[in-house]
Design a protein around this ligand. Structure first.
Ligand code: SF4
Length: 438
């Protein structure tokens, strides 16, 4: 295997990435929908050809860690037999679509987005013109239901809205409401994505590659200029019906607060957080077997490092939750581990010098409610590449501290031991409570 086939910023099955614990093989599972028989195979692959560690990424992909140059061909063959292998590495690299985790199941959704997501993924994989997109370039398709994607970083986000004339998709560039650039019909999502991608690529080329993501494009060119791009529909004034933040992503949740739908579709779901997006294969296998005891054929991957299991009743969701160990799974929306992001760090990542996940586990209880801590192994900030109230940045086995900034920004404190960092967090939390900040 050549270096070119194993290096890369975003690993895939065709182009794994080298890390401190071996090769990372990311599985881009269509729509984030994982049939249970596929989940069982993934557990087997991790045991046989990986190191038994599985990540759930911020883009709702599963990735196997600790694969070797010797074992990757057998793994790739198994992935192909499971129907998950793309035709080519460039298409695999850009097939980055995050879908609403309850797609097709949520009675509160505007429409079933599964065929729309499948069409978009197919377009990205098969259109060579789009293969020039950066491998980190990402789309989100939001069905307008309970688990909204408004806070998910995606270069281009489509959000379903109900109008008197039927469903439409509002289109956003990376960012908030002020970055809505137009709208399109459900049948035109893939075409609109291709059009906006071509606009991005044109500006990227003109910039000599300096424009790497859509947020760079907006900063450089400006929304006013970009809003006129192509044949997109007008901005819609229709607001989202269901405020996503009112529905918890973790724990036992109702999918339909009223009577059982006559169709017999799921009434409840269980959001299962994986601490810092990592799970040991034994726990993953136990989860798959536990889920299999219910009338369930699949689970869903979410971009919040949580698995979503749709169930036929709330009682089943409670029963399933009762079988899962708190050590390995987060089932309580107030669990302090949800207030921390941590990357792989040392020894899993060659760039890390601190055991970020271990340290994050120790520090989680010190974070004030409503605040957020990012423990980053280095200034790249893979787990949370943006601003956080407090960011610890590993350097030479110690931590620098950035306040209200991204990991690459100038630190307020330098070279703290873990104990010193913990004391600093205690002081911040004490001040928060003295100031009456929740
Ligand atoms: S932030 Fe640095 S240490 Fe952490 S996973 Fe990314 S490259 Fe590795």
């Amino acid at each position: 295997m050549t270096t070119a086939t194993i290096k890369g910023w975003c690993p895939g099955a065709l182009r794994p990435m080298e890390s401190g614990d071996g090769l990372i093989v990311r599985l881009k599972i269509a729509g984030g929908i994982v049939p249970l028989d596929l989940a069982a195979k993934i557990a087997d692959w991790s045991s046989r050809w990986g190191n038994g560690e599985i990540d759930l990424t911020g883009r709702a992909n599963l990735q196997l860690r600790g694969v070797s140059v010797e074992t990757v061909p057998a793994l790739r063959q198994a992935i192909a037999e499971a129907g998950l292998l793309d035709a080519e590495a460039d298409g695999e690299a850009v097939r980055n679509v995050i879908a609403s985790p309850l797609a097709g199941l949520d009675p509160g959704a505007v429409l079933d987005i599964r065929p729309i997501v499948a069409k978009l993924e197919g377009r990205l994989a098969s259109d060579p013109k789009l293969h020039a997109l950066p491998a980190k370039f990402c789309f989100a398709v939001d069905d307008g239901g309970r688990l909204g994607l408004g806070d998910v970083r995606a270069d281009i986000r489509f959000e379903a809205l109900a109008t008197a004339d039927g469903p439409i998709f509002a289109i956003y560039y990376d960012g908030g409401e002020d970055r809505r650039i137009g709208s399109c019909n459900p049948n035109d999502v893939a075409e609109a994505a291709a059009l906006l991608s071509s606009v991005f690529l044109m500006h990227r080329e003109r910039s000599g590659g300096d424009i790497r993501r859509v947020r760079d494009l907006v900063d450089t060119v400006g929304m006013r200029t970009l809003a006129g791009a192509g044949a997109l529909g007008p901005k819609s004034r229709v607001a989202r019906v269901t405020p996503a933040e009112t529905f918890a992503r973790i724990g036992v949740q109702s999918l339909n607060d009223s009577a059982l739908p006559s169709s017999g579709e799921a009434l409840g779901y269980l959001g299962i957080g994986l601490p810092f997006g990592r799970i040991a294969v034994g726990d993953f296998d136990r989860l798959v077997k536990s889920v299999g005891r219910y009338d369930v054929s699949e689970f869903r991957l979410s971009p919040w490092r949580a698995i979503v299991v749709p169930l036929s009743s709330l009682q089943s969701a409670h029963d399933l939750a009762g079988t899962l160990a708190a050590r390995a799974f987060i089932l309580d929306p107030t669990d302090p581990r949800l207030r921390v992001a941590a990357c792989a760090g040392a020894p899993s990542c060659v760039h890390g010098t601190t055991p970020t996940r271990e340290d994050a586990t120790r520090l989680a209880a010190l974070i004030a409610k409503g605040s957020f801590l990012h423990v980053s192994g280095c200034a790249k900030g893979c787990a949370h590449p943006r601003s956080a109230p407090v960011t610890l940045v590993g350097r030479d086995g110690l931590y620098d501290v950035v306040h209200n900034g991204a990991p690459s920004e100038s630190p307020a404190l330098r070279a703290l031991t873990l104990d010193e960092a913990a004391e600093h967090l205690r002081q911040i939390t004490t001040k928060h409570s003295q100031d009456g900040i929740a």
